[in-house]
Design a protein around this ligand. Structure first.
Ligand SMILES: [Zn+2]
Ligand SMILES: [Zn+2]
Length: 114
């Protein structure tokens, strides 16, 4: 895994964030974990979640979706779709080129016969 993409992984369960596994940030310390870890794996003390990384407590109402990571995930989805479309375009271009080549060859062979 590329180190620069570490922010798309949950520090608690080490799984990648997705649209379903949304990244939530503990506002007080800024660490980000997936929703499942916030709900199940991270200890709740006095209506606050205690960060397993730095032990800073963040009240439940101060836990926010990490928009930066969410946006990155969305952008990556779009790019992936664009890349797929580009691949299709490349393939159709190649087919056109092959057809052109074939007709050139055909005309060429016809020219030789004449
Ligand atoms: Zn997690
Ligand atoms: Zn923390």
């Amino acid at each position: 895994m590329e180190p620069s993409l570490n922010f798309t992984f949950c520090d608690a369960c080490h799984e990648q964030f997705t649209a379903q596994k949304i990244p939530l940030t503990l506002v007080n310390c800024g660490h980000t974990f997936c929703k499942a870890c916030i709900n199940q794996n991270i200890e709740t003390v006095h209506s606050s979640k205690v960060c397993p990384e730095c032990n800073e407590a963040t009240p439940l109402d101060q836990i926010r979706p990490n928009k930066k990571v969410l946006k990155y995930l969305q952008t990556r989805e779009v790019n992936k779709t664009l890349a797929d479309q580009q691949t299709l375009l490349d393939q159709s271009c190649r087919t056109t080129k092959e057809q052109t080549l074939t007709s050139e060859m055909l005309f060429g062979s016809l020219g030789m016969k004449q």
